[in-house]
Design a protein around this ligand. Structure first.
Ligand code: D5M
Ligand code: FE
Ligand code: ZN
Length: 566
């Protein structure tokens, strides 16, 4: 799919402005590309912008054009190679290009065709059986096989119709500026108490639990229910499984017999998640035989919210600027695509972490660095952001390669890094954060906990080939990084920012560099690939990344289109 996106006049205008350090509003670009003499129009617009402007606006262009006919602006700013050459872009043809009509019609040719009805599942119990029905339409480029409606709504808007006034962006659950953790033992106690409180509340509507100490006092044979944090999961010699459940009064062992139909669900239980059980206490009172097992879960009848207008968001992650494997040209094709009619409705760009490659993140990483200074990496990243039209709303959170603390929740970038990235005035939040775009809740999480689920769970439940299935488990557990210790580093905050309090409409992660999507009980779940080709480490461990793809979500329908820029 090389060079599939036409580099039209708009793209050349953007290039020229970018090379001069400007970002530009889409309206401005449209006007400039459609000018009789785009090169001259650019000179005028730049001259009309204030000296400290970072962005060329429509007003600058209009002012510049209306000033035309006057003396030439200072030509010294010109690069001399006139990338806006009017012979190539049709000169004064007004740019009033309609959308391509979507799937198949698009020059990328890779979006799956046609809308295909609601995704399967939605009413079954667990991630393994949920949402896996292949879509009824074209699934030729559906790597997940999970039947997410692939919309391909190419948009019915004209270039220049991005409408900032119709937008709304709100954030919640962001630790940035709220971090109180000191790393002391007491903080971990409050962290886990908060996790238990909030998750057990979700389970208490389903069972009427007793406290561990009360169950301990029961005579044998009584029925009982308990809500607890999983202290340990162990297998018995005869192949049954024991969950030691802990609440604020103590710990009680709960046994799931291997012939139970829900036994398989115990294979994906991890330490420190919160579950509920119902059953009967053994005759000697020492153990609870489990008859039913409950997870905090997404309600079966969850109905996602949608936006009131046709508008789209591009979901990406793992840009890894500074790595020798960063695919800069593919990123620029992606950025250029925003200027095409196909992308006229794409008003939001969400980036779920790993903006840069960072320094010293993994052993021997320096051998694959293209830029060795982390600040320079952010400077280069900022340059690449500038290629995205200025009127696209960008939201980003950090990942494990970024220059913020590694322990989750990760706060948004510090001032010094924000200062480097001002060109596009992106919104910078913590990892995780819930970002509400026109009423649609996007849960953004980089995805560090996914590696562990993939390592520990059976392949059909979580694997690099199906990263979204691991995400289903996080939704089911209503926690983004349930297991404490191991590979997950959690910061000792007074509250647990990784609890999924409210069910999101869209759950977006990255980190594992694989594209995957599906619906879990109507929650659109997307892991968004990367912009870095395979690294030596990934080759060694057999991770075959999905670089240069951008899943595009329709906010009015939650349909998904996959665009490829490799
Ligand atoms: O990691 C991208 C993916 O590759 C993610 O699944 C972790 C894994 N990865 C990459 N490099 C390493 C090393 N050196 N050790 C362990 N796991 C690794 P990302 O962190 O986004 O680069
Ligand atoms: Fe990454
Ligand atoms: Zn990562």
């Amino acid at each position: 799919m090389t060079a599939c996106v036409p580099l039209d006049g708009s793209a050349r205008v953007v290039r020229e402005l970018t090379s001069r350090g400007y970002n530009a509003e889409r309206e401005a670009v449209t006007l400039l590309a459609g000018a009789d003499d785009p090169a001259r129009a650019i000179e005028r617009a730049v001259a009309a912008a204030p000296d400290d402007a970072l962005r060329i606006t429509e007003a600058h262009v209009r002012r510049g054009l209306s000033a035309d006919g006057g003396p030439d602006p200072d030509p010294s700013g010109s690069t001399g190679d006139d990338p806006t050459g009017s012979t190539e872009d049709g000169g004064g043809t007004p740019v009033e290009t309609k959308g391509s009509g979507g799937a198949g019609g698009g020059s990328d040719g890779e979006s799956s065709g046609g809308s295909v009805g609601p995704a399967g599942g939605g009413d079954r119990s667990g991630p393994s059986t949920n949402g896996e029905t292949p879509g009824g339409g074209s699934t030729t480029s559906d790597p997940s096989g999970d039947g997410v409606p692939t919309g391909g709504s190419g948009g019915d808007r004209a270039v220049g119709d991005r409408d900032p006034s119709a937008r709304s962006v709100e954030v919640s659950g962001d630790v940035t500026g709220e971090s109180t953790g000191t790393g002391e033992y007491g903080d971990f106690v409050s962290l886990f108490r908060d996790r238990f409180e909030r998750l057990s509340r979700k389970l208490r509507s389903r069972v009427t639990p007793r406290r561990a100490d009360a169950i301990d006092d029961l005579p044998g044979g009584d029925d009982a229910a308990m809500v607890g944090l999983v202290d340990e999961v162990r297998s018995t010699a005869s192949g049954h499984r024991i969950l030691d459940l802990e609440d604020t009064t103590g710990t009680f062992p709960c046994l799931v017999m291997k012939d139970r139909e829900f036994f398989a669900e115990t294979e994906t239980i991890v330490e420190d998640e919160v579950v509920a059980v119902e059953g009967s206490v053994s005759d000697d009172g020492g153990i609870l035989f489990v008859d039913s097992l409950y997870f905090p879960e997404v309600p079966r009848n969850h109905t996602p919210s949608t936006a009131d207008r046709h508008v789209q968001a591009a979901l990406v992650s793992d840009v890894h600027v500074g790595s020798q494997e960063f695919m800069g040209e593919a990123w620029e094709r992606f950025a250029d695509w925003f200027h095409t009619p196909e992308a006229a409705s794409v008003e939001y760009l969400l980036i779920a972490g790993d903006m840069v490659e960072g320094v010293g993140v993994y052993p021997d990483q320096d051998e694959e660095l293209d830029i060795v200074d982390v600040y320079e990496q952010y400077e280069r990243f900022s340059e690449h952001l500038k290629s995205v039209p200025g009127d696209v709303e960008i939201v980003m959170i950090p990942g494990n390669h970024d220059a913020v603390r590694l322990a989750e929740p990760q706060p948004g970038f510090r001032e010094d890094l924000r200062d480097i990235m001002t060109a596009h005035d992106a919104r910078i939040y913590g990892n995780p954060s819930t970002v509400t775009l026109e009423g649609v809740d996007f849960l953004l999480y980089h995805g560090m906990s996914l590696d562990e689920l993939m390592a520990e769970f059976p392949d059909e439940e979580a694997s690099y080939e199906h990263p979204h299935r691991a995400m289903y488990h996080l939704l089911k557990k209503r926690h983004l990084a349930p297991k404490f210790g191991g590979k997950n580093r959690l910061a000792a905050e007074k509250e647990d920012y990784l609890v999924i309090d409210d069910v999101p409409d869209v759950f977006h992660t990255g980190h594992v560099h694989k594209l995957g999507y599906g619906k879990y009980r109507n929650v659109l779940t997307v892991n968004s690939g990367c912009w870095q080709s395979q690294t030596d480490f990934q080759a060694k461990v057999g991770i075959d990344p999905d670089p240069a793809v951008a899943p595009i979500v329709d906010l009015d329908t939650l349909d998904l289109t996959i665009r490829r820029f490799a």
